[in-house]
Ligand binder design. Structure first.
Ligand code: FPP
Length: 244
């Protein structure tokens, strides 16, 4: 019996192409993506994964046409409203990574704050929604925080940087999945994904279901994680001790 990956991160890609294939608007593809979100949260809980991060909107996505940006923001709000009670009942804690841009509508902020507050003591799964997230911006923010705290340059270690990230308790990503057969990180979780196993699935996000989640986890279990080491048992032991 395998130990499930502790932290799974998903780049939800392919909504636009899914819609295009059906002669629909891109917005319809984003809407249909809600099913993939619901399925992945359920699959994470059922698989014993305790941290799930979903990439809902990047710092670069602001470049999209304004109506699409508005739609994705409202969709994020709708997904919270449609699913919050059920996720709370499943002991899911919701947190938002990013959300630093004043263009995020106030009413979306309010729903985010409500969801975070309602679920703050839940522990079965921490669902981190990366909304207005950029890995490089996270690192720049951590650097500013270190300077603002007056940490001397010669005392800055990797642990210092980790401690100044928005969520210092967010563990390293074990398994990073991107849908739609694209092979890019797109500035996602650059710090936390340093040693992630990367899995690229040829499924468009609106079609993503529990079977795809399980397929990615199966592929993960077939990988040998060496963390730069050469002796496999030692490397596995290191992985266990760092993820304890
Ligand atoms: C990428 O597809 C998808 C997005 C930019 C938005 C996805 C957001 C959701 C499904 C809402 C999630 C909400 C919560 C609360 C988790 P794309 O437009 O880049 O597709 P394409 O590459 O085919 O054009």
């Amino acid at each position: 019996m395998h130990t499930p990956p502790r932290h799974v991160a998903l780049i939800m890609d392919g909504n636009g192409r899914w819609a295009e294939q059906r002669g629909c608007e891109r917005a319809d593809g984003h809407s249909a993506g809600e099913e993939g979100v619901v399925a992945s949260v359920r699959a994470a809980v059922d698989s014993g994964v305790s941290w799930l991060t979903l990439f809902a909107f990047s710092t670069e996505n602001w470049r999209r046409p304004q109506p699409e940006v508005d739609f994705i923001m409202r969709l994020n709000q709708r997904v919270i409203r449609n699913n919050l009670r059920a996720w709370n009942d499943m002991d899911v804690r919701m947190r938002y990574l990013g959300v630093a841009d004043a263009r995020i509508p106030k009413c979306v902020y309010e729903d985010i704050a409500f969801a975070e507050d309602l679920t703050r003591n839940n522990r079965t799964l921490t669902l981190t929604v990366a909304l207005d997230h950029g890995g490089r911006r996270d690192l720049a923010r951590a650097a500013r925080s270190i300077v603002a705290h007056g940490v001397p340059a010669d005392q800055i270690t990797e642990e210092t940087l980790a401690g100044h990230m928005q969520f210092p308790d967010l563990p390293d990503v074990d398994l990073l999945v991107r849908t739609s057969a694209e092979h890019r990180l797109s500035n996602f979780m650059l710090w936390q994904a340093a040693y992630a196993e990367l899995v690229f699935l040829d499924v468009l996000w609106p079609d993503f279901r529990a079977e795809h989640f399980r397929q990615a986890v199966d592929l993960y279990h077939r990988r040998q994680r060496r963390f730069g080491d050469v002796s496999q048992p030692a490397a596995q032991a290191a992985a266990v001790s760092t993820s304890a």
